[in-house]
Write a protein that binds this ligand. Structure first.
Ligand code: NAD
Length: 342
C-alpha cells in the first residue's frame, strides 16, 4: 500500500515514519495538496492531507483518475475538503479527536500571555529592561468567559476556565455539555469579558464574529480564536481593535493563513496588509496554527490516521469517515447508486 503525505514538516514526519514499512510505503511531500500538485499522488492508494491543503473538485477529480481510493485527513476539521465532489469518488476520513486539552490549553496560554503582558515582559527582560510601565494586566478570576462551541475542545476549555474561578457562558447549536451555563448567541456576545471560539467552520459559522457582533460586545472584550480563521471577519476585527472596542485578540488561526502559516516567511515581504497590521498591534498575539502541536496530539494523530488507512485497505472499514449529507437528494451525486443521507 502506497500513501502520499502532503504538506508535511519535520515535526509531523517523525511521528509517521515508524509506520512506513513493508506493508505501507509512505511518501512525504513538503508541498501543499492542490490542483497543481495532485499529480504527485499518481500511483498512490491513499492521500494524507492537512488543514491548509485545498481539496477542491479539481483535485478530487485528479485523485479519482489516478485511482486514489482514500483521503485520510490528519486533522479534525474538514472544511477544506469538497465533500460533495468527493461523494462516490473518494472516501474521506479524519481524526475526530486527538488531544482536546492541547488546543484548550493553548487558548488559555494565549489568554494569560496577553492579559499579563508576558510577551512584552519576555522581550524587555532579555534587554535587561526591568521597567513595569505598560505591563499592567487584570485578573481572570470572576470574569465571564463566553465560549462558542462546547464540543471536545470547548468543553475542555470550559473546565479550565471554571477551575480558574471564571464564570462560563456558552452558546452551542447542539448544547450537550453538562455543568455549562448555556445562553443564546447574542447573550454570550453581549455579556462576555472574553470570547473564545471552538465551533467548526461551516457556512453558518463563517464570520460569526463580524462588524455587528463586535459592536454588540462589551468594550475591551478579548477575542480568542484557536478554531478556524474564517470564523472571524478579519477586517472587522482590525477595525474593532483600532476603535479600542476590542481590548485584545489571541489568534492561532487566520482567515487567509493557508499561504503563510507553517512556513518561514521571515525573508519575505508580507503581502497581507490586514495580518501585518494585526501583528503590529501591541494587544494582538498571533501563533501560526500551533494549538495542536504537542507530543500527545501528534502521537494520537499518527495512530488514528494510520488506523483509518489500515482499517480501510485491510478490513474494508472506515471508522472516522466524513460523508457528504444533503436534504436535496434528487440533485445529489450517488455512491454505488445510493444517494447521501439527509
Ligand atoms: P467538536 O465537533 O467536538 O465540537 C464542535 C462543537 O461546535 C459541537 O459541540 C457542535 O455542536 C458545535 N457547533 C456546530 N455548529 C455550531 C454553530 N453553528 N454554532 C455554535 N456551535 C456549533 O470539535 P472539537 O474537537 O471541539 O474542535 C473544534 C474546532 O477546533 C474544530 O472544528 C477545528 O476547526 C478546531 N481545531 C483547531 C486546532 C488547532 O490546532 N488550532 C486543532 C484541532 C481543532
Amino acid at each position: 500500500m502506497k500513501v502520499a503525505f502532503f504538506d508535511t514538516k519535520e515535526y509531523d514526519r517523525q511521528f509517521f515514519e515508524p509506520y512506513s514499512n513493508g506493508q505501507m510505503q509512505i511518501i512525504f511531500y513538503d508541498t501543499d495538496l492542490n490542483e497543481n500538485t495532485a499529480e504527485l499522488a499518481r500511483g498512490a492508494d491513499a492521500v494524507c492531507a492537512f488543514v491548509n491543503d485545498d481539496i477542491n473538485a479539481e483535485v478530487i477529480e485528479k485523485l479519482n483518475t489516478f485511482g486514489v481510493k482514500l483521503l485520510a485527513m490528519r486533522c479534525a476539521g474538514y472544511n477544506n475538503v469538497d465533500l460533495k465532489s468527493a461523494f462516490g469518488k473518494l472516501r474521506v476520513a479524519r481524526v475526530p479527536a486527538y488531544s482536546p486539552y492541547a488546543v484548550a490549553e493553548h487558548a488559555m496560554a494565549m489568554l494569560l500571555c496577553s492579559v499579563r503582558r508576558i510577551h512584552k515582559a519576555y522581550n524587555r527582560t532579555r534587554d535587561f529592561n526591568f521597567s513595569l510601565n505598560g505591563l499592567t494586566g487584570f485578573v481572570l478570576h470572576g470574569k465571564t468567559m463566553g465560549i462558542i462551541g462546547t464540543g471536545k475542545i470547548g468543553a475542555a476549555f470550559a473546565e479550565i476556565c471554571n477551575g480558574m474561578g471564571m464564570s462560563v457562558l456558552a452558546y452551542d447549536k447542539f448544547p450537550k455539555c453538562e455543568g455549562v451555563n448555556y445562553a443564546a448567541l447574542d447573550e454570550v456576545i453581549a455579556n462576555s469579558d472574553i470570547i473564545s471560539l471552538h465551533c467548526p467552520l461551516t457556512p453558518e459559522t463563517r464570520h460569526i464574529i463580524n462588524k455587528n457582533t463586535i459592536s454588540a460586545m462589551k468594550k475591551g472584550v478579548i477575542i480568542i480564536n484557536t478554531s478556524r480563521g474564517e470564523l472571524i471577519d478579519s477586517e472587522a476585527l482590525l477595525a474593532g481593535i483600532k476603535d479600542r472596542k476590542i481590548g485584545a485578540a489571541c489568534l492561532d488561526v487566520y482567515e487567509e493563513e493557508s499561504d503563510l502559516f507553517f512556513e518561514d516567511n521571515s525573508g519575505h515581504i508580507l503581502n497581507d496588509d490586514i495580518l501585518a497590521r494585526l501583528i503590529s498591534m501591541p494587544n494582538v498575539l498571533v501563533t501560526s496554527h500551533q494549538a495542536f502541536l504537542t507530543v500527545e496530539a501528534l502521537t494520537a494523530i499518527a495512530r488514528t490516521t494510520i488506523e483509518n488507512i489500515r482499517g480501510f485497505f485491510e478490513r474494508g472499514e472506515l471508522q472516522n469517515e466524513v460523508v457528504y449529507r444533503t436534504d436535496n437528494i434528487a440533485a445529489a451525486p450517488k455512491r454505488d447508486g445510493v444517494a447521501p443521507s439527509p
